[in-house]
Ligand binder design. Sequence first.
Ligand code: FES
Length: 155
Amino acid sequence: PTVSVTLHVNGEEYTLAGLDNRTTLLDALREHLKQTGSKKGCGLGMCGACTVLADGRRINSCLALAALYDQKEITTIEGLSQDSETGLHPLQQAFVDHDGFQCGYCTPGQIMSALGVLQEGHTGSADEIREFMSGNLCRCGAYSNIVAAISQVAQ
Ligand code: FES
């Protein structure tokens, strides 16, 4: 069966008509809206590469059915507010400053999850940041630099 779904992505409204009702939010973003910043790592809810904010809350978009996010506000890495000079969000700049990536594949998910951690107030210590970022895997092992980047923005 197909459905019609209206998504509000980074402040823009998109209506996807005739969408297979099994389409995930991640596939709707990447395949239908061509917003490819959110990555598919595992497709199983285990790596966090697909993390986006839905009505301000972190979710694994690979596990979310797009139809259930009709009329919801979705924020992806493409939607982060940008500094007029550098074009970067403070979290993105902090990841650059601290080498918070190597291959970069997990980085959009790491940064969207970090935004959630900041908004949730889970930045009291490096250990707390580590715990609340534990759903985001980095196969290059840049974890200590990622924690340092988030700590910088939290200060
Ligand atoms: Fe969604 Fe891995 S792709 S958690």
